[in-house]
Design a protein around this ligand. Sequence first.
Ligand code: IMP
Length: 200
Amino acid sequence: MKIYFASGNSHKRVELAQILPAHDVVIPKDEGIAFDPEETEPTFYGNALIKARALYEIVRKPVIADDSGICVDALGGAPGVLSARYGSKPGEPLLDAESRNRLLLAAMREKPNRSCRFVCNMVLYYGPDRFVSVQETIEGTLIEEGRGLGGFGYDPVVFIPELGKTVAELSPEEKNEVSHRGKAARKIAIFLDSLNHEST
Ligand code: IMP
């Protein structure tokens, strides 16, 4: 079954598609749909719902959306919902991931508490005012210097103590097994399956 994913991020799409092998995960640009809703809410949940609702209004078919980011305890939870825009000025193009990581590590100099987590809120939206929301995390610590070539975004700077690797050093399968998005997507997959058996 085709499932729309309200995202422009092809890395996220690949991760989601791995968890939903029975589905054809389609993002708006695959179908030439211009899609860039403003993410105005202060929570991952609020922004995921904005994206899900916005795409549902266009396609009128079940939609998955996610809003995610990194929350650093020593920075009061920042960059949080602003993770994609960290270090960028309003109205200017976003910094690339490498520059954002450099900035984040610079902001962490001298800070003894390096604990952080990735958070993902994922919404399955399947009718006007009908939706499921799941929020998941993966706990890590910020290392001093990025390591690894896999994944995307902040993956090279987040070390997972239990695995002894940064997220960027995990294979795609290993990342999906433990990640905020992987855990959320597996739960959403259960609801998606139940939706397919529902008649109304
Ligand atoms: P969103 O598209 O508004 O959800 O922005 C999410 C941003 O958070 C991304 O651009 C990344 O910078 C960061 N992010 C979210 N999930 C991950 C991940 O799995 N690895 C690394 N960075 C992530």
